[in-house]
Write a protein that binds this ligand. Sequence first.
Ligand SMILES: Cc1cc2nc3c(=O)[nH]c(=O)nc-3n(C[C@H](O)[C@H](O)[C@H](O)COP(=O)(O)OP(=O)(O)OC[C@H]3O[C@@H](n4cnc5c(N)ncnc54)[C@H](O)[C@@H]3O)c2cc1C
Length: 503
Amino acid sequence: MDNLKVKNIVILGGGTAGWMTANLLHKKWERLGINITLVESPDIGIIGVGEGSTPRLKAFFDSLDINESEWMPECNATYKNGISFKNWSTVSGYEEYFHPFPSGLDFVTFKFLYNNATLRRKGADVIAHPNRFSLMASLSEKKLAPIASKNFPFHFQYGYHFDSVLIGKFLQKKAAEVGINHIQATVENVELHSNGDIRSLKLNNDQLLSGDIFVDCSGFASILLEKTLKVPFISFSDNLFNDSAVAIPTEIDPNIPSQTISTALTNGWVWQIPLTNRFGNGYVYSSKYCTQDEAEKELRAHLGVLESDVEARHLKMKVGRAQESWRKNCVAVGLSQGFIEPLEATALQFVYSTIDEFARAFEEGGFSNQFREEFNQRMNMNFEGIRDYIVLHYKTNSRNDSQYWIDNRENKNISNNLNDMLNCWYNTQNLETELKRLNIGSYYSQMSWTCLLSGMGLFPPKEKLTSADTKTAQADLDFVDNFIDGCSMNFKPHEQMLTRGLS
Ligand SMILES: Cc1cc2nc3c(=O)[nH]c(=O)nc-3n(C[C@H](O)[C@H](O)[C@H](O)COP(=O)(O)OP(=O)(O)OC[C@H]3O[C@@H](n4cnc5c(N)ncnc54)[C@H](O)[C@@H]3O)c2cc1C
């Protein structure tokens, strides 16, 4: 690769996205002798929230050969089986449900859920609450970690909770160990070549930082992609109303939970994320429906925390995506590329897949723009595929306690795909077939769609149900209960797994 035109990559931004990008690109292209420099402003902070992940964070650390025993203790990290959604539905018996990460044993129990959910949609009085069919829900209920004992050879996907500031510091340390250049300065100006490519960043220490490829990790400011290259931002505010958050930490329960809890409040929802040293809590809401003070007051009441006890942190969110993630010689990663609100904690998964796919597209195209269009299309489809599933939570709520929830439910601005999926559910058709037809099953699977739709209790009302073949249904449930109980015995308490040689 002596003729390689790409010699210098410049990353703008030292938040989680910037440091993830630096480490991953170094790992991928170290053999090519490409220099990587990350510049971050000492005066502009990082967003400093974002403490839950999907299983893709494990894939990221695995790709860097970094073990849990190394990074988890440094980031106060815990294991995550999935997310419990509380009070999104007012349907009796469905006030709470669990959205698990996929496990290698789902095929044993979930077929009974799919069957019962279909029967119940048709009006049969059978149990179709997803928690009853999910091993991961059972592990969370018992505060067990998703790591099976060695003699139980099945694969379980899981996520993490972590301190977002500490994870940035950890990744910065790893980047320094492998020789990634780090500059602390603020970018004041961006200079372009005559063809519109970025030539260099002018820093406030008078340095001119040139590069062949620029990665915009500058957060919501999107300094390179949006401000310099003028890529339009496409807002999702039509169907995702939340634009603000307020965060307050609380004391951790000594018996640390292995799940995130998302509880619906009057004008949004609250995350509760367990770390080893504290709970992170945050109320995500829409400023159109409540003020900052009202949100903080409601969060404090929910947590039982006085103003004198601990300070609240208020944040603004820009929800939507860039029209394209890669333009000219610049690719945006992280908040500069776009953000779907944090309900399913998908942002870092996006960071990882963006860098991974960019590196592949760039290299396969001989380090040229050859596959830029395909890459941009894939990114846009990812955003929209994930967005639709997030919108589904709001669209299917049954709360009437505020205009916020009523407007969310009655909102007609939903995508055709989401509309088709809802019709499929209400018309008692097969979700898997519809996911295949729409080609969206790679974003969220039949398992996720069924957990949400049945977990919200979207069935004919109880008084209209007729008794089905209860004998068969009961025999199936007995099998599922016994199976899940038996499997659970192969997992250890979360607390124990967090201290097993991790420190
Ligand atoms: C309320 C909320 C909750 C969230 N929850 C989750 C979650 O549970 N899970 C999840 O995966 N994600 C979550 N996220 C998203 C997550 O926080 C971000 O995706 C992640 O932290 C990456 O941010 P970033 O690195 O893109 O931007 P930032 O952290 O904002 O970093 C921007 C960087 O750019 C630098 N910079 C900016 N301008 C300049 C300049 N002119 N010169 C030099 N440097 C500059 C800054 O100094 C900083 O280093 C959440 C986000 C919000 C708002």
